[in-house]
Design a protein around this ligand. Structure first.
Ligand SMILES: NC(=O)c1ccc[n+]([C@@H]2O[C@H](COP(=O)([O-])OP(=O)(O)OC[C@H]3O[C@@H](n4cnc5c(N)ncnc54)[C@H](O)[C@@H]3O)[C@@H](O)[C@H]2O)c1
Length: 434
């Protein structure tokens, strides 16, 4: 394929060299003539293992040529991959001016070409930027329509400096955020030589995967360092702790706990988060990340309550009360907090949870629920059908055994707040919390 790469920096140089090595015809574009001179000589303008050799090879074969002319590049390619910088502004917001400048240049040339061209954004950009700024700018400068006359894709890059060539050639997946099917099909052809899974989403979801990934990586480093700092104060070998921690591929290094849903709770997580934060504080170790976990969780519970309050419906049924399916443990269940808050505000609440049978609850669990919801026996019902008939708002808090049957009882006028992405069907007036 004929591909132009805009911005011959860390991402652009590696992408251009690797695509050229995959037998595509590449035109690299940059405004920095010094960089272009170096690349023309087969030398890398950045330090990156293996890149000098790869650039020398693809320049020699002619698979990669470079230019400072956006017009030449667009006229002679079917796809453009935009890899210019998107740095932070002073206030932390995303600086898109390089990106928008390139789009103006591309749009101006799109105006005069006959062939179908897909503009692909490899730069990291926030959700919304493509739809709100880039596409309107391309349409305005070209006088053409996205999705009809030209294509647009958001195609984030996941490579890491220092292992960029290997990351490019062996990515975890290829992510194509397509404006329309035809744009995505064309871009997918460029990646055909890379035998890895391809995920196709809408553009904003693709942008968000990139941000979720980098934020998670940053979170992991900060987490490991805070655990390490606490270990250090306690004279514990932090390297050993995290080595063993990482051996748990079932709960720790896995998909578990990474599905958006409702808040955590139960008799272990809240108390253990609290205890570690306290232990750190007690030893003067500052752990802002660990300290923020419970406030974040509480915020999530408040989000759910707010959604119910915003509707203003007084008759509410909550499906589920214990902190997760398969247990009757009510201790620190976030659903108990939701119930407590709604009752405090005068809402008429009924709760159905087949796993919570008051006569079978003992000890600390019983003490907890009697303290949190003193009139629990009046709130709990075993007649879900009867309760749902009078409901205006229904909160789905956990998966119950007969969930499909229960969802079949919902009526079109009811507002369903699905906290756990459970209901296959819900009335039009439904919402999810995340
Ligand atoms: N560096 C990484 O490891 C990495 C990894 C993944 C994603 N990203 C993202 O990729 C994007 C690029 O990052 P980078 O580190 O390669 O940036 P960079 O600053 O190294 O390179 C950007 C290049 O774009 C050129 N440029 C600016 N305006 C131009 C224009 N109008 N036409 C042509 N070229 C122009 C600059 O001269 C420069 O060479 C950013 O959005 C970044 O967040 C970076």
């Amino acid at each position: 394929m004929r591909i132009s790469v805009f911005g011959m920096g860390y991402v652009g140089c590696v992408s251009a060299a690797c695509f050229a090595d995959m037998h595509h015809e590449i035109i690299g574009v940059d405004v920095n003539l010094q960089k272009l001179d170096l690349i023309k000589k087969g030398q890398s303008p950045i330090i990156e293992p293996g890149l000098d050799e790869l650039l020398a090879q693809v320049i020699k074969t002619g698979a990669l040529q470079v230019t400072d002319s956006a017009e030449y590049a667009i006229k002679n390619s079917d796809i453009s991959m935009v890899c210019v910088g998107t740095p932070s502004k002073q206030n932390g917001s995303l600086d898109t001016h390089f990106l928008l400048r390139v789009m103006e240049q591309i749009g101006a040339t799109l105006k005069s070409i006959e062939h179908y061209h897909v503009v692909t954004i490899r730069s990291t950009l926030l959700p919304g930027v493509a739809k709100e700024y880039i596409i309107p700018l391309l349409e305005q400068t070209s006088g053409k329509t996205a999705g009809e006359d030209f294509g647009v894709c958001v195609n984030p890059e996941f490579l890491r400096e220092s292992s960029a060539i290997d990351d490019f050639q062996n990515p975890p997946f290829t992510l194509i955020g397509q404006f329309d099917q035809r744009s995505g099909d064309r871009l997918a052809e460029a990646y055909a030589p890379i035998d890895r899974p391809v995920f196709r989403t809408e553009p904003d979801a693709a942008s968000m995967v990139k941000y979720a990934s980098n934020n998670f990586h940053a979170l992991k480093v900060a987490f490991a360092n805070e655990i390490g700092a606490v270990c250090n104060q306690l004279d514990i070998d932090s390297q050993q702790v995290m080595r063993v921690f990482c051996e748990d591929r079932s709960l720790n290094i896995s998909k578990t706990y990474l599905r958006p849903g409702f808040a955590f709770g139960g008799s272990c997580l809240p108390k253990d988060v609290r205890a570690l934060s306290y232990a750190a504080k007690h030893r003067d170790v500052h752990t802002p990340l660990l300290d923020s976990i419970l406030p974040s969780n509480e915020n999530h519970i408040e989000r759910a309550v707010r959604k119910v309050l915003e509707r203003g419906n007084r008759h509410v049924v909550m499906l589920g009360l214990s902190f997760k399916p398969g247990t009757d443990d009510l201790r620190e269940s976030p659903l108990v907090t939701v119930a407590e808050t709604l009752i405090g505000k005068g809402y008429k609440l009924k709760i159905y949870d087949e796993e919570v049978i008051l006569s079978n609850i003992f000890g600390k669990n019983k003490e907890y629920i009697e303290r949190s919801l003193p009139h629990i026996s009046e709130l709990l019902t075993s007649d879900v059908e009867g309760a749902l008939k009078d409901a205006e708002t229904i909160i789905i808090g956990k998966r119950l055994k007969n969930m499909d049957e229960i969802c079949g009882m919902f009526e079109e006028h009811q507002f369903v707040l699905d906290l756990e992405y459970i209901a296959d069907w819900a009335p039009a007036e439904s919402e999810k919390i995340v």
